[in-house]
Design a protein around this ligand. Structure first.
Ligand SMILES: *[C@@H]1O[C@H](CO)[C@@H](O)[C@H](O)[C@H]1NC(C)=O
Ligand SMILES: *[C@@H]1O[C@H](CO)[C@@H](O)[C@H](O)[C@H]1NC(C)=O
Ligand SMILES: *[C@@H]1O[C@H](CO)[C@@H](O)[C@H](O)[C@H]1NC(C)=O
Ligand SMILES: *[C@@H]1O[C@H](CO)[C@@H](O)[C@H](O)[C@H]1NC(C)=O
Ligand SMILES: *[C@@H]1O[C@H](CO)[C@@H](O)[C@H](O)[C@H]1NC(C)=O
Length: 260
């Protein structure tokens, strides 16, 4: 009879779901206090795998941590999420030298704390922590009295601050939908600026590099879409799913025995 099979399953379902959820949520260890830890702020935000990799590879995380300890003005960090990085042309990060990757990240750091409200009174341009032969690289912010949005523009991209991940003096971390591209690196005359796909292929041939390496292949070091943090969560979910499948299978088998 049908209810014979279904009823025990229904009784166990909430328990199974709770078990699956717990297995997926198990943290790798005791969570450190979230304050002033860029890594944990970004990990808690999810969706920042590429940024976390870049921050680690360039050791900018350490730099920010020590600056926060020694700064009277605080820091503001703009955090492009994973989809922001996928919007860059394939191979863009690969094409940057280590030094340029550092510059790109420092371009996302303002050497003082801005709350969303203090952006309203900030006067453009705002210096970032990146600089080059032309001097300090800067961004402009624009606010409007009619909308709560704050836009950050570089001259190459104009992107609204879409959410606040952390804002507590001395540290503010805002999530943004595009990587802030400094005109000094991504302006029309620079090598890192987006060439048409044909040009990228041509450049690849000139250097004797397979076309795929230049234009398409994501960098293993920094552009691999799945990071270690998401892998752990995915592994947790995988385990939970398997446990559920095994338990459900066992119960179905028992039901068959009972109803037979
Ligand atoms: C920041 O948090 C990460 C993980 O959330 C941890 O591995 C790291 O040790 C923390 N850093 C500091 C300086 O506490
Ligand atoms: C961070 O980079 C170091 C090498 O600089 C590497 O050994 C380590 O595994 C990286 N950690 C993460 C979480 O990517
Ligand atoms: C911010 O940019 C969006 C488009 O990206 C635009 O619609 C909006 O008016 C801008 N807001 C301000 C305050 O500049
Ligand atoms: C930033 O603002 C300054 C001052 O208002 C202006 O001169 C400059 O052209 C702006 N730059 C960009 C990229 O919007
Ligand atoms: C981050 O990525 C998602 C897509 O995965 C996008 O919808 C979202 O608006 C992005 N931006 C922020 C700031 O979270």
């Amino acid at each position: 009879m049908a209810c014979h099979t279904v009823l025990p399953l229904l009784l166990f379902l909430p328990f199974l779901l709770a078990m699956a959820a717990t297995a997926a949520d198990i943290a790798p260890g005791p969570s450190p206090p979230p304050e002033l830890n860029l890594t944990s702020i970004l990990e808690n935000g999810g969706q920042y795998t590429t940024l976390l990799r870049l921050l680690n590879a360039t050791r900018i995380t350490e730099q920010i941590t020590s600056q926060l300890k020694n700064s009277y003005d605080g820091l503001t960090f703009f955090a492009p999420n994973d989809s922001a990085f996928t919007k860059l042309r394939a191979g863009t990060l690969n094409a940057l030298t280590d030094q340029e990757q550092i510059q790109l990240l420092l371009y996302h750091v303002l050497p003082r704390y801005y709350s969303l409200a203090t952006f309203q009174t900030a006067s453009n341009p705002l210096h970032t922590e990146a600089s080059g032969s032309g001097g300090m690289y800067s961004v402009n912010v624009s606010t409007s009295t009619t909308s709560p949005l704050v836009n950050v523009s570089t001259g190459v991209v104009d992107v609204p601050i879409s959410s606040t991940l952390f804002a507590h003096f001395p540290f503010a971390v805002y999530s943004i939908d595009s990587v802030l591209q400094p005109p000094q690196m991504f302006g029309s005359s620079h090598k890192a600026s987006a060439p048409a796909p044909g040009q990228a292929a041509a450049a690849g041939r000139q250097k004797g590099v397979p076309k795929g390496d230049v234009a398409a292949e994501p960098s293993e070091a920094v552009e691999e879409p799945e990071g270690s943090s998401t892998n752990a969560a995915a592994a947790g979910r995988g385990t939970a799913v398997w446990m559920t499948v095994i338990v459900l299978g066992g119960m179905a088998f028992l039901n068959l025995l009972v109803s037979a």
